[in-house]
Ligand binder design. Structure first.
Ligand code: SF4
Length: 146
């Protein structure tokens, strides 16, 4: 089974109240078992909400509010539910398709904390947890290889 960012499947959980639907990811999910996650929703952040970025080890929104606890809690809840789903189904987690550049789901690159659209190397909070478990991640910007 695969872990998929909910906004890539059209769920309106993005910070601006919209989504990041990807036809390629939707098509992939028609033929593969998957579990959707939105770590920021799991952390009880509303949609819409101000955009947030990683600043050092903290997550701050554009107004300067520190949302680190909500991001970490949401990522932990999401991870736990994925592992539980895997355990109950007896299916290994084969990989994850996550939204690029997000402070939760971004893998390899995230915004630099200046809210200027500048990318730096790094992982979002949830993606970092998956990486530490050795789960392979691609983003919707890459060709799906599975
Ligand atoms: S990028 Fe991740 S946390 Fe952000 S809306 Fe999509 S699924 Fe939720």
């Amino acid at each position: 089974m695969y872990i998929v960012s909910a906004c890539l499947l059209g769920q309106n959980c993005k910070y601006n109240g919209g989504n990041n639907r990807s036809d390629e990811v939707v098509e992939f999910c028609r033929t593969h078992r998957y579990v959707t996650v939105c770590p920021e929703s799991a952390g009880r952040l509303p949609s819409p909400r101000p955009p947030a970025e990683k600043v050092g080890n903290r997550i701050l929104d554009k107004r300067g509010n520190d949302l680190t606890d909500a991001f970490v809690r949401g990522a932990e809840i999401s991870l736990k539910s994925c592992l539980e789903m895997s355990r109950l189904s007896g299916e290994k987690i084969e990989g994850a398709i996550l939204k690029a550049n997000s402070p939760s789901c971004g893998a390899g690159h995230i915004y630099d904390g200046t809210f200027s659209g500048t990318l730096i190397e790094g992982n979002g909070v949830f993606a970092g947890m998956l990486r530490r478990l050795g789960i392979e991640i691609i983003t919707e910007k890459e060709k799906i290889k599975w």
